[in-house]
Design a protein around this ligand. Structure first.
Ligand code: CTP
Length: 210
């Protein structure tokens, strides 16, 4: 069985020394990749910039921008049985990327942004029978309603609802507390625990359902 996972942040460059990004460490996606390898899956990990070691046994494709991540994910998508979009994709990028470092005196004090593609939404449109598509919902409020809306709007089979408002979980942390919601309205709440053990538990769940 083939498993395709994205992890980490994307970087959207303003010029060669500045970018827009987010605090994602990639730990959850890498833990998922390790758990899927341990379950005997063929794993491809599409990773934004992180400080983590490549998970043994997985093929890793390194990308930086949302558009590079989209290209890597769509190339591998058709062959994948289980696709988990754990990356924290930057929703926007600067309208222009300057080739030269911009000097501070000459920089405009506002940044013009354009929308990045919603990678998961596009994968949801291409999904075929037999493929299981899983997304994350990183929320600071209205966690479950927002997660259910994303599950529906992005045509997902499962969504991992992740409260990122607390310091002791989510972005950067080794720990997390999540709920797994299915399109059939099932809800499984997992206890607060290390991302590694969490990944093992819900990878097993997802495999049973794939
Ligand atoms: N996602 C994506 N491409 C984007 C933005 C998000 O593929 N441009 C994916 C994420 O990897 C995640 C899911 O969509 O699996 C939800 O991401 P999240 O940041 O929670 O939500 P958004 O769709 O960006 O919506 P909002 O920022 O309004 O909460």
């Amino acid at each position: 069985m083939n498993c395709l996972i994205s992890a980490g942040p994307t970087r959207e460059w303003i010029d060669p020394v500045r970018f827009l990004s987010n605090p994602s460490s990639g730990k959850m996606g890498y833990a998922l990749a390790r758990a899927a390898v341990d379950r005997g899956m063929q794993v491809t990990l599409v990773s934004g910039p992180t400080a983590l070691k490549a998970p043994a046994g997985a093929e890793v494709l390194y990308v930086e921008t949302a558009r590079e991540m989209q290209e890597a994910m769509s190339q591998r998508f058709a062959k994948a049985d289980l696709i988990i979009m754990a990356a924290a994709v930057s929703d926007h990028r600067p309208e222009t990327r300057s080739k030269q470092k911009q000097k501070k005196e000459q920089m405009r004090m506002t940044l013009d942004l354009v929308a990045n593609p919603d990678i998961l939404m596009e994968l949801g449109k291409q999904k075929k029978n037999g493929q299981t598509l899983v997304g994350f919902a990183a929320e600071t409020e209205n966690l479950l309603p927002n997660a259910r809306r994303k599950l529906r709007e992005k045509n997902l089979d499962w969504i991992v609802a992740n409260d990122v408002s607390e310091k002791d979980r989510g972005f950067q942390s080794d720990f997390n507390k999540i709920s797994l919601l299915s399109k059939e309205q099932n809800e499984m709440d997992f206890e607060y625990q290390e991302k590694n053990s969490l990944a093992r538990k819900y990878t097993s769940m997802l495999l049973l359902a794939t």
